[in-house]
Design a protein around this ligand. Structure first.
Ligand SMILES: Cc1cc2nc3c(=O)[nH]c(=O)nc-3n(C[C@H](O)[C@H](O)[C@H](O)COP(=O)(O)OP(=O)(O)OC[C@H]3O[C@@H](n4cnc5c(N)ncnc54)[C@H](O)[C@@H]3O)c2cc1C
Length: 546
């Protein structure tokens, strides 16, 4: 906010002071030859900057490490400040004369209309109402603004200032587009004659409204946990007659990043029994209501829980590995909404396969997790696609990348116990890892039906490494009835922490707000001042939106 305010001050300072000796920008003149022209020139000067803040491949991200999506807010704020400059320019010019006789005047009005349309279509409310209008109109409207601005000034004394700035902006945009296309072709191996084979994805309906999409891409073998990619649906090959591109988080981890072999779930064998029936949190505010899976009387269980069969699948076999013939598999958990996701879902229902291209990986925002002693993850519903790969990565690379980490709390809320099967194979992998130096506490909250530990995939209990064979601190997940007590969990995490704490949350807004508020209660700058790392909390909210 402060940065945006400073930016505003600088622009208006330049606007209201003498920036040029040219009579075209006379400082004392508050009309056409003064502020009227200066506001247009200040707007032009901001244009390359606005474009740089909008592009996915940009120098600002390259040099600062700030992911492109974190720059969107600055792109939006700077664009709005610039719009105020265009407005000022238009009002002053139209006040001087409303004649439409000249071409440059008509093109000026055209540029103003394009700028206005950009504002309306990219407004948050407009985007939420129909994102596709924004996606499909944004670039054409920007192109329209560029062309009309060029024609507005081409035969005027300002052309020599305007044209290089337009060229710079268009070049930044073109470089970004070129990079994207080159990456798209490379990642999806579109240069190969039988590229179509590589781009076919496998879709499985996990539960009503939730889809799992899997694919391998020869060009995309390495990504950091928490990264997202754009899924492109090419016209007439994918699920829609139009180009569609949507961001989705990769719920799997890259095989190349893994330094440790996972112990095989099915062969890892021996079951481990736990004695706890319930457990009090540090502040006593919450008590677990469920039994551990291991405490359920095996004889009471049917050989195959009927719920296990309620996974709707368009596939004949369930492939649970994340590696396919030496290639890392990209897994996405996609919640059905009203547009592209609905079309994908319907295609899966009909048993169709879709050709989806990927572009990315983009923005791993949490690569610094390893420097925290305690990691706390909260997820709700499909938000698990962000916290799951982070957990998997922490389990697999504990001794390599997470040497500082001592405890992990991983909490996931779902409405229905059936949803546990969404992540059956991935969580099985996490649980099957021998964890010697980190305590991993996994809790799954079932909010809208009776939770029972026997509904959890059997594999989770079976793969937990045997204490007799290893020093592992791995435990089977707790299955808990009701919403998580975020305050209780936070207090438990902070009380038991011996160092810095990182909290990540993804999922519904209400969960994010509760976690924010709980974290606020525990942030204690004076503790940090006293040298107690416990008060040092970092919160990361992943909202799956801009
Ligand atoms: C970084 C990031 C990671 C994401 N990861 C996941 C994930 O792992 N699983 C998941 O289910 N969803 C994820 N999403 C959300 C997902 O991108 C949208 O749900 C999807 O684009 C909706 O498509 P639709 O056409 O069906 O949407 P619509 O029904 O048309 O709209 C639903 C909502 O999605 C928003 N939206 C639509 N298209 C886009 C788009 N191209 N980019 C951003 N927002 C859009 C709209 O503003 C609207 O609020 C993620 C979003 C972001 C920004």
């Amino acid at each position: 906010m402060l940065l945006v305010f400073l930016y505003f001050l600088v622009l208006y300072f330049v606007l209201l002071t003498n920036v040029s000796r040219s009579p075209l920008f006379a400082p004392t003149n508050s009309t056409v030859l003064g502020t009227g022209n200066r506001s247009a020139m200040v707007f032009m000067a901001t244009l390359p900057w606005i474009i740089a803040l909008a592009t996915k491949n940009n120098l600002i991200s390259t040099f600062t490490g700030i992911p492109y999506e974190r720059l969107q807010i600055y792109h939006r704020a700077c664009s709005r400040i610039s719009l105020s400059l265009i407005l000022m320019h238009a009002v002053i010019k139209l006040k001087a004369s409303t004649s439409m006789a000249k071409d440059w005047r008509r093109w000026g009005i055209g540029a103003f209309i394009f700028a206005g349309a950009l504002f309306v279509t990219s407004h948050r409310n407009g985007m939420q109402w129909c994102y596709q209008v924004f996606v499909h109109l944004h670039a054409p409207l920007v192109a329209g603004l560029f062309v009309s601005t060029y024609l507005h000034t081409v035969n005027t004394p300002l052309a020599h200032v305007v044209q290089p700035l337009l060229l710079a902006s268009a070049t930044l945009w073109a470089i970004d587009m070129l990079q994207r296309w080159v990456q798209l072709i490379y990642l999806n191996a579109l240069y190969r004659p039988r590229a179509a084979d590589v781009s076919t994805s496998r879709m499985t309906i996990l539960s009503p409204g939730m889809l799992r999409v899997e694919m391998t891409k020869p060009g995309l073998q390495k990504w950091l946990p928490g990264s997202h990619v754009y899924l492109f649906s090419p016209p007439f090959l994918g699920v829609s007659p139009f180009w569609q591109s949507h961001p989705f988080t990769i719920a799997s981890v890259s095989e190349e990043r893994s330094a440790h072999q996972i112990t095989s779930g099915s062969t890892g064998g021996e079951k481990r029994k736990y004695g706890h029936k319930s457990r009090k949190y540090a502040n006593g505010s919450m008590e677990l209501q469920s039994l551990r899976q291991s405490e359920v009387n095996e004889e009471q269980l049917p050989a195959e829980s009927p719920k296990h069969n309620r996974v709707f699948s368009t596939d004949t076999e369930a492939d649970t590995s994340t590696e396919v013939s030496g290639q890392s598999k990209l897994v996405f958990l996609i919640k059905k909404r009203k547009g592209f996701t609905k079309k994908l879902y319907e295609a899966a229902q009909m048993g169709k396969s879709s050709r989806l291209l990927v572009y990315g990986p983009l923005s791993p925002p949490v690569s610094y997790l390893s420097s925290y002693e305690t990691l706390v993850f909260f997820a709700g519903g499909s938000g698990v696609s962000w916290t799951l790969p982070l957990l998997l990565d922490a389990c697999r690379n504990q001794s390599k990348n997470y040497r500082m980490t001592r405890q992990i709390f991983w909490i996931w809320s779902v409405t229905n116990s059936e949803h546990m099967h969404w992540i059956e194979s991935e969580l099985t992998q996490a649980l099957s890892t021998d964890i010697a130096q980190v305590t991993v506490d996994i809790r799954i909250h079932i909010t809208q039906e009776t939770a029972h530990s026997r509904d959890a995939p059997r594999a989770w209990e079976e793969v937990v490494p045997s204490s007799s064979k290893s020093n592992s601190r791995q435990r089977a997940p707790w299955i808990i009835q009701g919403r998580p007590d975020v305050y209780g969990l936070m207090s438990s995490a902070v009380e038991s922490a011996g160092g810095r704490i990182w909290i990540g949350v993804s999922g519904p807004e209400s969960l994010q707000l509760t976690v924010r508020s709980a974290v606020r209660d525990w942030i204690d700058p004076s503790a940090v001042w006293r040298g107690e790392a416990k008060g040092d909390l970092t919160l990361h909210c992943e909202s799956f939106g801009w």
